[in-house]
Each structure stands twice: as structure tokens, then as C-alpha cells.
Design a protein around this ligand. Structure first.
Ligand SMILES: N[C@@H](CCC[C@H](N)C(=O)O)C(=O)O
Length: 293
């Protein structure tokens, strides 16, 4: 049993997030704790964002990310917005620099409460994503599900936003596809040695698209920020959209801008639900008493 750590249950457009305060201590949230918290309907989450003391000069905090299955994730856009809202409420500051497995990220809370996260530069090389075999052009790779002569989904764009993404383009309703069935098959496809986040995307205008995502290590989600970035970048890269796009996920809209300096900036909301304390080794937890200081 470890010393309890404070946490906040939050969400970013319905992407279920636990923000864990691991500052001032040397231990980490263990995969077993993540699995236990994910199995409890009250604390069910898609990602845990564990805030640690900074380890690199010029950064404010180090953030570790765990998926619901206990695996590590390099990037989580919706979770970063939750982290910013929690830290802004605590410190009164509005902008922060974070170190993550995907690199150094800057983020800020705006006057209207929306939060922008600079998700860094997309990477398109097949070894960077990574893919299991060489594709010189990752705007469209050979991969399909369904019958060989009439595939249900095929030819995804692939990209790393720090984490691996495949974006399948469709012309009709994204809800018409059984993502709960195809998602796990594609997440674990041999093409993706580190597995992948799987998105179905429909472009509705030069500056708008609708997506649904099956998240690596978490399953179907109401929102995936890095997938929204991956879809926006892939839309622009394949000539389907402009570089500034409203990406509507099941939980609502995210504004994505792929800037001329190659950085992808995502803007959207975050919402606090409740707070508590948990054991980072086992996941045993209790809710804070309402109104307690
Ligand atoms: N919900 C996240 C992405 C989560 C990470 C993903 N499951 C992975 O393992 O790469 C987001 O908002 O970006």
C-alpha cells in the first residue's frame, strides 16, 4: 500500500480522464491501479494523467499517461486540457510547459475557459509511426477490413502525433460503421507493432469533419484529441481540407489548427466532475467529502 494521492475525475468532451497529483513523491501510478480504477463504474476512465515534478529545465511539470488497460500512452490531447484546467484552478496561472513522452508541450487556458494545447509536430515516416513495413507515402497505405473485393474500410492515412494513428476516410455517416468490432482488429493489426488508435473520418466541408475513434488501450471513446489532430493533419495532407478545421467528435467540436510552423494546436473545453484520493499501487480510492477544504 502506498501513500494516497489526490485525484480529480474530469472529462474533455466526454473523454474520461483522471488527473492524478503525483508531485512531491518518487513513485508512479502502477498499471494495476489503472486497471482497478477503470473497472470501477464510478472511476471508469480512458486515460490517467499523472502530474509529476519537473525533470527537465524550462518545464513546469512532467506528465505520465496511462490507458485504461494499464499501458502507457505518449500523448493525450483531451487529458492535457484537463491537466491545464486543474493546475490553472490551483495556481491561478494560465499557461504551462509540460514534458511528456511525446516531447515538450505548451498549453494555455483562455479568458473564456477554453484551453489550447500545442500538440507538437506530426510525424509521417513509416518507422516513426511505427508501421511494420515500409510505405514511402503514408497519406494512404494498403490496409483493409472486410471482403477483399468489397472492403468495409480501407486505405487509411497514418500519422504519429507522438502516438500512432490510422484514419479511415468514409463518404457516409461515421456511425454506420461497427467500430466496436473493427476497432480492436485494427488496433492489434500486425501492421502496427505498437498498436494504433483507429479513427473513421468524414469530411463535410473544407473546414469541417466528423470522426469517431477506437482508442488504443481504452476502446470506443466520446472524444480523442490526438485523433482529432491526426485526422485534421491527414485531411490537409491529402487535399481534403484546409489546415484549420472543426473536428466534431461524439462529445462535441474541437478546433484544430495545423500552423505554418508545423505545430498542431488543439482548442476545446475541460470539465471537473469530482475529487478524491487513491492508492497509486492498488487503485483503492475514496471520494472527497463534499464541501471539504
Ligand atoms: N484520449 C487521448 C488519446 C489517448 C492515447 C491513446 N489511447 C494511445 O494509447 O495512444 C487524446 O485525447 O488524445
Amino acid at each position: 500500500m502506498a501513500q494516497p494521492a489526490a485525484f480529480a475525475k474530469m472529462n474533455g468532451l466526454g473523454n474520461e480522464i483522471i488527473v492524478a497529483d503525483m508531485r512531491g513523491r518518487g513513485d508512479r501510478v502502477l498499471p494495476a491501479a489503472a486497471v482497478a480504477l477503470a473497472a470501477d463504474p464510478a472511476t471508469r476512465f480512458d486515460q490517467i494523467m499523472a502530474i509529476h515534478d519537473p525533470r527537465v529545465g524550462g518545464t513546469d511539470y512532467h506528465v505520465e499517461i496511462l490507458n485504461a488497460d494499464g499501458s502507457a500512452a505518449q500523448a493525450c490531447g483531451n487529458g492535457m486540457r484537463c491537466v491545464v484546467q486543474a493546475l490553472a484552478a490551483e495556481t491561478g496561472r494560465r499557461s504551462f510547459v509540460f514534458a511528456t513522452a511525446a516531447g515538450i508541450l505548451e498549453a494555455r487556458e483562455h479568458e473564456d475557459g477554453l484551453i489550447s494545447v500545442d500538440m507538437g509536430r506530426p510525424r509521417f515516416g513509416w518507422q516513426e509511426i511505427p508501421l511494420a513495413e515500409e510505405f514511402r507515402d503514408t497519406r494512404m497505405i494498403e490496409l483493409q477490413v472486410g471482403p477483399i473485393d468489397a472492403p468495409v474500410l480501407h486505405s487509411p492515412s497514418v500519422v504519429s502525433m507522438g502516438n500512432p494513428h490510422a484514419v479511415f476516410w468514409v463518404e457516409d455517416d461515421v456511425n454506420a460503421y461497427d467500430l466496436a468490432r473493427f476497432g480492436p482488429l485494427l488496433e492489434h493489426h500486425p501492421m502496427f507493432p505498437e498498436r494504433a488508435n483507429i479513427t473513421i473520418a468524414r469530411v463535410t466541408a473544407r473546414d469541417a469533419m466528423t470522426i469517431r475513434t477506437w482508442e488504443r488501450g481504452a476502446g470506443l471513446t466520446r472524444a480523442c484529441g490526438s485523433a482529432a489532430c491526426a485526422a485534421a493533419v491527414s485531411g490537409a495532407r491529402t487535399g481534403r481540407t484546409d489546415r484549420q478545421v472543426t473536428v466534431t467528435v461524439p462529445g462535441g467540436p474541437l478546433e484544430i489548427a495545423w500552423r505554418e510552423d508545423d505545430h498542431v494546436v488543439m482548442t476545446g473545453p475541460a470539465e471537473w466532475e469530482f475529487s478524491g484520493r487513491f492508492d497509486p499501487e492498488t487503485g483503492a480510492w475514496e471520494r472527497d467529502t463534499e464541501g471539504a477544504a
